[in-house]
Design a binder for this molecule. Structure first.
Ligand code: NI
Length: 208
């Protein structure tokens, strides 16, 4: 779970860093989708519903503000929403006040759209340092399985990478802004279901 030593902060804030649930246990996996919501998110929601799968969406605040109804549908379907900043900057390049503003503006957009405030954060590019972690107590959620879907744009390869690398407790990184990724999801859900996996939210994976 937390792999870095805690960073000191005058305010006493230190975000824990989560990558995967270690130690085996039940065959649970957290599929996570970054950078949306976008034009392919509704299709993804249909795929997830068809397999009774729960997932986690790390949303970009300005995309939520552009389509609050889509964010509302994500939550209504039982999925978890995490914050992925307002404008997707590398937070390690920003001063503390700007980091907090990126998180707070996203929180407001998600709350306005869905009524819930994100309990978890994923920093863009997984870029973290002590300054970033000192701006919130909320867990910073990374991943142990990287499909590299943003680079590959290949449905079969993305599905294969996910299916081959998943272990019990894995957190899998996808981006639902890519059509090829969303097209890979039915196969991922079918194959992993056949191997006995259940698809849970990040909250359920680490807390449930
Ligand atoms: Ni991102």
């Amino acid at each position: 779970m937390a792999v870095e030593p805690p960073a000191a902060s005058p305010a006493g804030l230190v975000a824990p860093v989560l990558t995967a649930r270690s130690g085996g246990g039940p065959k649970h996996v957290a599929l996570t989708f970054d950078d949306g919501p976008g034009p392919h998110t509704a299709t993804l929601l249909r795929h997830l519903a068809a397999h009774d799968a729960r997932a986690t969406f790390f949303v970009v605040g300005r995309n939520v503000a552009a389509d609050p109804g889509l964010a509302r549908r994500i939550v209504a379907a039982g999925h978890q929403i995490g914050g992925h900043t307002w404008s997707h900057p590398d937070l390690t390049t920003l001063p503390p006040a700007a980091i907090r503003a990126e998180l707070a503006r996203t929180d407001r957009a998600v709350r306005a759209a869905t009524g819930v405030t994100p309990k978890i954060v994923r920093p863009p590019y997984g870029a973290l340092n002590a300054t970033v972690r000192a701006q919130t107590r909320r867990p910073m959620v990374l991943w142990d399985v990287d499909t590299e879907d943003w680079r590959l744009h290949d449905t079969a390869v993305v599905a294969r990478r996910a299916i081959r690398q998943v272990r019990p407790g894995s957190v899998v990184l996808f981006h639902d802004i890519h059509a090829e990724t969303v097209r890979a999801i039915p196969r991922v859900l079918r194959c992993l279901s056949a191997r006995g996996y259940r698809f849970v939210t990040v909250d359920q994976l680490f807390g449930g």
